[in-house]
Design a protein around this ligand. Structure first.
Ligand SMILES: Nc1nc2c(ncn2[C@@H]2O[C@H](COP(=O)(O)OP(=O)(O)OP(=O)(O)O)[C@@H](O)[C@H]2O)c(=O)[nH]1
Ligand SMILES: [Mg+2]
Length: 423
């Protein structure tokens, strides 16, 4: 077993013991899957309008992504090898299959403004040679535009990237939005390719000046003696081969090493977030009984509102099990947001994927009676868990002390692991 896999298993065992680290447990399990599959996620990232989507199209050899002069990409779009197809994932776990021609309505900022449709990502399958090595190529929204949600979506996806193609453009020297974003990305991705786009708009001398200026600056930022810059024109399709060959070669020869590096960085982040979570939990524990009662009353009102909404919703969709399941996921999101707001801690739910395009017969479809029972259960469980984790009615001092000692042990183990992962 590799060193990182051992770490993953060690953290899994630790997180399994505590309710408050359920979100970290889920993240560690995804990293385990990443190591098992040995598939690299390569994201194209950068400031808005640098030509990321045009570059993705250039690499794939066909126009898959919408591009334009105004901010366009509003949703993270992953592209994998496969028979041509498109799948849209929503924040409540719902998915629908759609045609290639139909994807713009979900991806494009001009159509899906501020992502009002609540799309979490679009997944495309394309039979392009570049993807044959098992690479997942990702087009991300640009950072730094007035559309704050796009910056947030791109920044969040960096956490899932193993390698990144950081795209600059010759029509504008690297700026502080880009250098800040690069610094953030270094916390999560272990491999960088720097590409400078729109090489077609300047003459050779200007291009050389730009490249040597950027090379020096980026080498300093990356704490490297030298940096390779790929000068490309995504639009005119020049310089793309050098870039794609470099990525493909690394994917074939160094995927294991790149993934270990990326998992190491991501584990460090997971451990830090678990430590933050414990701090928040401890702060919440210091709440007086009165405060807890007050917050719990608000939580109870939220349970009642959810049940009421469920009753009304159920009537309309009594025969559509998938819609009911998606609504159940919505309630889970609503409840965990409320817990975060009131108690300051993260409450994690696994959201099952709900295929809205599939027929009920193909699924263990929910019916109205089961739906109502599950909503009841959801509320009862959360109420029970909150009581347990806050030990509110815990009168046995011995149990309380034991739990606190237990938590202290967890903090010590995590702090040690974090130091080791930083070496
Ligand atoms: N001259 C020139 N224009 C380019 C090149 N690549 C992209 N463009 C143009 O730059 C504009 C932005 O391209 P996009 O691919 O949409 O840029 P993006 O980075 O994906 O933009 P967002 O998704 O909004 O962040 C479009 O008008 C493209 O035609 C290039 O190599 N040369
Ligand atoms: Mg784009």
């Amino acid at each position: 077993m590799s060193e990182m896999m051992e770490r993953v298993k060690q953290l899994e065992t630790l997180f399994e013991k505590y309710e408050i680290t359920a979100s970290e447990l889920a993240q560690v399990r995804l990293l385990e899957e990443k190591l098992n599959k040995q598939e690299m996620t390569v994201s194209v990232i950068g400031q808005f309008k640098r030509g990321k989507s045009t570059l993705v199209n250039g690499i794939l050899g066909e126009k898959v992504m919408p591009v334009g002069i105004v901010p366009v990409t509003a949703v993270v779009t992953t592209v994998k090898y496969g028979e041509r197809g498109a799948r849209v994932h929503f924040e409540n776990g719902a998915v629908i299959d759609t045609s290639f021609e139909g994807i713009s309505q979900y991806i494009n900022e001009q159509e899906n403004c501020d992502n009002h449709l609540g799309v979490s990502k679009v997944e495309l399958f394309v039979p392009a040679d570049f993807l044959k090595t098992g690479i997942t190529l990702v087009d991300t929204p640009g950072v730094g535009s007035v559309h704050q949600k796009n910056t947030e979506a791109a920044t969040a996806f960096v956490k899932e990237s193993d390698a990144v193609i950081f795209l600059l453009s010759v029509d504008s020297p690297i700026n502080s939005i880009e250098t800040d974003f690069l610094a953030q990305t270094r916390e999560f991705a272990s491999k960088f390719y720097f590409a400078v786009n729109k090489a077609d708009v300047v003459d050779e001398d200007d291009l050389e000046d730009y490249l040597s200026y950027c090379r020096r600056l980026i080498a300093k930022l990356m704490e490297a003696s030298d940096i390779h810059l790929f000068a490309v024109s995504a639009k005119k399709k020049t310089g793309l081969d050098d870039l794609t060959e470099a990525v493909e070669k690394d994917c074939l020869q160094r995927a294991g090493e790149i993934l270990e590096g990326s998992v190491k960085l991501k584990l460090r982040d997971v451990v830090s977030s678990a430590l933050t979570q414990i701090t928040l939990y401890r702060t919440a524990l210091n709440m007086t009984g009165e405060e807890f009662e007050e917050k719990f009353a608000v939580m109870n009102a939220c349970f009642e509102a959810v049940k009421e909404e469920a009753a009304a919703f159920g009537q309309e969709f009594a025969k559509n099990g998938n819609m009911l399941q998606a609504q159940l996921n919505n309630f889970k999101n609503q409840l965990s947001d409320k817990v975060q707001e009131l108690f300051g801690i993260e409450y994690h739910y696994d959201l099952p994927v709900v295929d809205l395009g599939a027929t009920d017969a193909a699924h263990d479809a929910l019916d109205k009676i089961v739906f109502d029972r599950q909503v009841e259960e959801l509320c009862r469980e959360l109420s029970g868990t909150l009581n347990t984790i806050f030990m509110y009615r815990e009168e046995n001092a011995y149990t309380v002390v034991r739990r606190i000692n237990d938590l202290n042990r967890l903090v010590r183990s995590l702090a040690k692991i974090r130091t080791e992962l930083s070496e």
